[in-house]
Design a binder for this molecule. Structure first.
Ligand code: NAD
Length: 384
């Protein structure tokens, strides 16, 4: 457990003389971030850590506000739950999610604003936030390029059987046929995305130069005709029909009631035998046991991604160890695709901008608003 607690000294120093509402009172801002350890001390650009606190502390304290930054987020005695009771602003990240359940929302009497430093707010009970008139904002677009690049990398490493080939080298072995027997070209494959929003579309754009046989998408929101034509993607409206046509599937939809457990044994039975699946959206969109079984049986040739149904993933999580029948096909990493140093700079700046707007009573960038006061403002979290 780590706590970089509030500076009461800053509160005692008095409040800034600005005319905005920040001058009238000190607010409690609670941030749940991941622990950066030695790396964060050596690399100040690791902004999303409890050590570097998104660069917010000096600015918030200079205005007389209190910042509690912690990675201690589980259970009633956690720093998160203790300070949630009177915090007005909650900052969380998808990388080390502070799960804001309906029950916790009912106890957070002072909470007005939740800011997701990054993209993806499924760790917050959004329906409960709507009911309690708590706004939920993300730093939309802040890491979509970072994730799209990771998706393309993951597709390539699965299709080309890269991980077992590298492991062979580290072991000191050299047997080309053992890895070449399951290595293919991406050219000529059918590649599809579930979700064609900011990330999904960027993945499609980046795949065009690989000369796929066809690009497909499945999304209840249709792409604008011009955007679809630019990448030459075809929409398939039935999910089973969509998966049955794809050699490679990438998941780029948010986690909500309509996507939880979407990829289960039933849907996997409609995949092409030996398809590759990449999920950098949210772990719980894919059923963990069903995916591991599909990989073990060869129904899937590979599964890669960086998101898990519980984070940090327990040591015995099946996705850490699962393999295809040839001993490869696992491209899992910890949740880091959207937290490159470039992305951290963008989501730290975006978090500050959202809080500045809130404190000054200025309108927010509409693209960032997931839940406004009492209603959903996005079309991405299910058909509501
Ligand atoms: P976006 O809102 O721009 O696009 C999401 C798209 O998914 C929308 O077009 C929406 O209509 C579609 N969608 C929603 N439900 C669907 C369903 N049931 N079936 C098919 N399509 C559906 O969001 P984005 O910026 O592209 O991000 C997408 C998700 O990626 C985020 O919500 C987050 O969960 C995840 N993400 C992961 C990381 C990471 O580090 N791994 C970083 C950023 C975002």
């Amino acid at each position: 457990m780590s706590l970089l607690g509030a500076s009461t000294a800053a509160l005692k120093r008095g409040l800034a003389s600005s005319v905005s509402r920040t001058s009238s009172r000190g607010l409690k801002v609670l941030a749940v971030l991941y622990q950066g350890g030695e790396a964060a001390k050596q690399e100040p650009r690791l902004l999303g850590t409890i050590e570097n606190q998104l660069g917010l502390r000096p600015w918030l304290e200079s205005q007389g506000h209190e910042l509690i930054a912690t990675d201690d987020k589980e259970g009633p005695n956690s720093v998160f739950q203790k300070h949630l009771k009177d915090a007005e602003i909650l900052i969380t990240t998808p990388f080390h999610p502070g799960y804001l359940t309906r029950d916790l929302i009912s106890k957070a009497q002072n909470l007005k604003l939740c800011v997701t430093a990054g993209v993806g707010s499924d760790h917050i009970d959004l329906n409960a936030a709507v009911e309690k008139k708590i706004q939920v904002l993300e730093v939309t677009g802040s890491n979509v390029v970072s994730v799209a690049e990771h998706v393309v990398m993951s597709i390539l490493l699965l299709v080309r059987n890269f991980v077992p080939a590298h492991e062979m080298i580290e072991r000191g072995d050299w047997q080309v046929s053992d890895v070449a027997r399951n290595a293919f070209d991406l050219e000529g494959k059918v590649i599809g995305t579930i979700g064609a929003g900011r990330i999904g579309y960027r993945v499609l754009e980046r795949l065009v130069p690989f000369n796929p046989k066809e690009l497909l998408y499945y999304d209840y929101n249709a792409l604008p005709a011009e955007g679809a034509a630019k990448v030459g993607v075809r929409r398939i409206e039935d999910l089973k029909d969509f998966v049955s046509q794809c050699d490679v599937i990438t998941v780029n939809a948010p986690l909500h009631e309509g996507t939880k457990n979407l990829v289960d044994a039933d849907l996997l039975s409609h995949f092409k035998k030996g398809a590759w699946l990449v999920n950098t959206a949210r772990g719980a969109i894919c059923n963990a046991e069903d995916v591991a079984a599909a990989l073990a049986s060869g129904r899937l040739a590979g599964y890669a991604g960086d998101v898990w149904n519980v984070q940090p993933a327990p040591r015995d999580h099946p996705w850490r160890y699962m393999k295809n029948p040839l001993g490869g096909g696992n491209g899992m990493t910890p949740h880091y695709s959207g937290t490159t140093l470039d992305a951290q700079a963008r989501y730290a700046a975006g978090t500050r901008e959202i809080i500045e707007n809130y404190l000054a009573g200025k309108p927010q960038n509409p693209a960032n608003v997931i839940v406004g006061v009492g209603k959903y403002e996005t079309k991405s979290y299910g058909q509501r």
